[in-house]
Ligand binder design. Structure first.
Ligand SMILES: Cc1ncc(COP(=O)(O)O)c(C=O)c1O
Length: 378
């Protein structure tokens, strides 16, 4: 009997099963949301305060400011430094060339200039050895991005920023729970932006984000900027934006935070299985890191015949995604950079394929993914 498309879809191995992930603690989420409903207080209330306190404690920073999404967190972090006079229009921020577009948009929307630096092919994160050469008198900060859940920090980047008087900033959209020698990402530099988009390791039931920092003044400026620029009701110090986290999301995130480390351990276990069993000369795996340094937001693999591999896996019922098909410097919205060449970035974008990775993938599914990958020929 012929299957209709929806039956066929159901037989596919999902790339990301948010239904199953949510079902794991559904009763706790329902209770948390019910408490918000009963409170009748939906913004800037108890749930936000509680989540901010718990997340700051988890990351180990003095401050956490909850905002509406990760892009706003990045934007407000830089805007905060501008309002404090630390950065001004035309100043440069060093950033990896292979990041998600939000990192770049946050910089250009602040009239700052992103200076794109290549990653290494082996590690996929910014090439720390290329940072110093990119520094000019206008450089004010280095924004590292812990892409795919992999640590982008090492002592060298910390030392360069200290020595050259640059702000070390972190894009922590993909690395909740990752750490460097015991210090969590989000506390490694001067300030960090976090996204709680539903698909993240720590994801809300809608858009949400936060900034973590030890800088009291920065936290207070960002809090005002996210609330129309107001520090005092109906008095506006800055021309701000409206970027607030819903109380329901804060309540859900507070529940999820309790399970984050356990969820990450499940991801690390699945990654270990992939590293031990994927064996195909046409497929390259990224350098394996210690578990402390990788929370496997994605499990990227690389193949010269990526598009054929993706089709092959699809035919075997395995869904995959590409992170990301077009690098920032080749995007239509940044035409002024389209002529530039970043060979390692371009190779990553041409060959990357993310295979199923999350905390609810059973071993039988992992086996199917591995068998399919190992049988791919070209
Ligand atoms: C590296 C990176 N930075 C920033 C963001 C932006 O976060 P949000 O989608 O919450 O605005 C994302 C989200 O996809 C991301 O992956």
């Amino acid at each position: 009997m012929q299957q209709n498309p929806s039956e066929k879809e159901q037989l596919m191995i999902k790339f990301f099963d948010l239904q199953a992930i949510t079902a794991m603690h559904a009763d706790e989420y329902k209770a948390a949301i019910a408490r918000v409903i009963v409170s009748g207080w939906f913004l800037q209330g108890h749930a936000n305060q509680q989540f901010e306190a718990n997340y700051a404690k988890y990351i180990d920073t003095n401050h956490c400011v909850a905002v509406a999404n990760g892009l706003d967190a990045l934007y407000l972090l830089l805007r905060g430094y501008k309002e404090m006079g630390v950065m001004q229009d035309g100043d440069e921020i060093i950033v990896p060339a292979n990041t998600y577009i939000a990192t770049i948009i946050a910089i250009t929307r602040n009239n700052l200039v992103p200076v794109l630096v290549e990653p290494t092919w082996e590690h996929l994160e910014i090439d720390v050895d290329k940072i110093e050469a990119a520094i000019t008198p206008k450089t004010k900060g280095v924004m590292i991005v812990h892409l795919y859940g992999r640590i982008a920090y090492n002592d060298k980047v910390g030392d360069i920023c200290k020595k050259r008087g640059l702000k070390l900033l972190e894009d922590c959209a993909q690395c909740h729970g990752c750490a460097w020698q015991g210090t969590k990402t989000g506390a490694l530099g001067d300030a960090a932006a976090h996204s709680f988009y539903p698909g993240k390791n720590l994801g809300a039931f809608g858009d949400a984000g936060a900034v973590t920092t030890d800088d009291k003044e920065l936290a207070s400026v960002i809090r005002a900027l996210a609330n129309y620029g107001s520090q005092q009701k109906y008095a506006f110090k800055y021309i701000g934006i409206n970027s607030r986290m819903a109380e329901t999301d804060a309540a859900v995130l507070d529940v999820k935070l309790k399970y984050l480390d356990e969820d990450n351990r499940k991801r690390q276990k699945l990654a270990a299985y992939y590293y031990e069993h994927i064996q195909n000369s046409l497929i390259t795996l990224p350098k394996r890191l210690d578990d402390e340094n990788n929370v496997y937001h994605q499990f990227p693999i690389f193949c010269e015949y990526r598009d054929d591999l993706q089709e092959y896996l699809k035919a075997k019922g395995i869904k995959t995604l590409i992170h990301y098909p077009i690098p920032p410097h080749q995007q239509a919205c940044y035409q002024e950079w389209n002529h530039l060449s970043y060979p390692i970035t371009e190779k990553i974008h041409a060959q990357e394929l993310s295979i199923p990775m999350n905390q609810v993938i059973p071993v039988e599914v992992a086996e199917k993914v591995v068998t399919a990958l190992n049988s791919f020929i070209h």
